[in-house]
Design a protein. Structure first.
Length: 401
């Protein structure tokens, strides 16, 4: 787990940062908070001390003592810059962004950020007209060029009662993005295409054949790949999940629609991760309108859907990496290896969907990663953790060329 500094700017969204600090600590990180003087008017230092179990830095002229062995080597903001492995500023107000973009150090937070050489993530929050002001936008572009990473803002209701682009991302989203980015940027410059969710194959206008896939695994993979620096396209079947931040999302319903979207984009991507649970067959000849109950057929004639992975495997160019999933009733490694060969894949993620708390709809999963050269058995993990383990395997393959 990482040593993190959470910087809190003076905006109404500061109350969400208390939840963010608590969430990061619950995930096992050590969190030290720096409040600007304005932030301390919204949320007291004692709140963050209680949530993190650490002293809180809120006064440049009267900094806390952390009791670390090397603390005597410098001032508190310098000490923190040596201690931290990453920094997240939430909310990053217009004033704070302006100070940082012009190299000012008027308080403990900006002094720390100028001294810190590690990764810094900024979560802007302000009124939408402030966010769109040319001075703010110019400062943000400068910060991006300097290597700062910007999360948000997003469109939504604001403290003013208006709605616009200026709302801070929610604490859980920020925690996920922050952790994803801490894995490094080993997919910088890569284009990744992910499929997710079920497909629905209509019988008539109101009935369909489908499966219980929630899309959680594919969405976790898309978000994790974005966090590691990739340009990500997500082709999703019907799900109730929100679009992952920073990811281009294309929503489809039927397997043929997913096939068309994947086939169109596949020549331009470096990696395809096919996590969708695509229906193998569809009803032959969808009925117009709704079939009356008494007229429903007892037998439905089916016809095959396109085999997306097999088709892309046949079109694969040198250097492209293809990852498929195998949902089996039991850990059938032989079936996964057969899929690996027949569909010309580089990696198969084998899931046992017969176990409770794994596979479809669950938040956790256990997997066997199967490649031509060997296999890797993984324990029960959250789908976010599993997504990174899968991408670790992809990154190793890319590094081998």
């Amino acid at each position: 787990m990482a040593r993190l500094v959470l910087g809190v700017g003076g905006g109404i969204a500061a109350f969400k940062s208390a939840q963010l600090a608590s969430l990061l600590r619950k995930r096992g990180h050590r969190v030290r908070v720096i409040l600007t003087p304005a932030a301390a008017r919204f949320v007291t230092p004692l709140t963050f001390e209680s949530l993190t179990g650490e002293p809180v830095y809120h006064d440049l002229w009267n900094p806390p003592r952390y009791g670390d062995p090397d603390e005597a080597l410098g001032e508190a903001h310098i000490h923190l810059s040596r201690w931290a492995e990453g920094a997240l500023v939430a909310p990053a107000t217009a004033d704070l962004l302006g100070q940082l973009a012009s190299g000012q150090a008027r308080d403990g937070l900006t002094a720390f950020l100028l001294a810190f050489g590690g990764p810094v993530f900024l979560a802007p929050a302000m009124h939408h007209r402030m966010w769109l002001h040319p001075a703010v936008q110019e400062g943000v572009e400068r910060l991006k060029r300097w290597g700062y990473r910007i999360f948000g803002p997003v469109k939504g209701p604001l403290a003013s009662g208006e709605e616009g682009l200026g709302r801070m991302l929610e604490p859980a989203e920020l925690a996920d993005l922050f952790e994803d980015h801490l894995h490094g940027r080993d997919m910088e410059g890569k284009r990744v295409l992910v499929t997710a969710g079920p497909t629905q194959e209509p019988l008539d206008a109101v009935r369909h054949i489908s499966n219980p896939s929630s899309g959680k695994m594919g969405y976790a993979l898309a978000q994790a790949a974005f966090g590691r620096g990739a340009e990500v396209i997500l082709v999703s079947g019907p799900t109730s999940l929100p679009d992952p931040y920073g990811v281009e999302v294309i929503r489809v319903r039927r397997a043929v629609e997913m096939y068309e979207e994947v086939a169109r984009r596949f020549p331009e991507v470096d990696i395809l991760v096919a996590a969708a649970a695509v229906a193998d067959h569809r009803p032959k000849g969808m009925q117009a309108g709704k079939i009356r109950k008494e007229d429903l057929p007892f037998q439905v004639e089916l016809e095959p859907n396109p085999d997306i992975l097999k088709e892309m495997g046949l079109r694969k160019k040198p250097g492209q990496v293809l990852v498929g999933f195998a949902a089996e009733w039991g850990m059938d490694e032989a079936s996964a290896r057969r899929k690996l060969r027949e569909k010309h894949l580089d990696l198969v993620v084998l899931n046992d969907v017969s176990r409770p708390g794994e596979g479809f709809e669950a938040d956790t999963n256990r997997a066997l990663l199967v490649a031509e050269e060997g296999k890797e058995e993984l324990p029960l993990l959250s789908k976010r953790e599993l997504a990174h383990r899968i991408l670790d395997a992809v990154a190793r393959r890319l590094s081998r060329g």
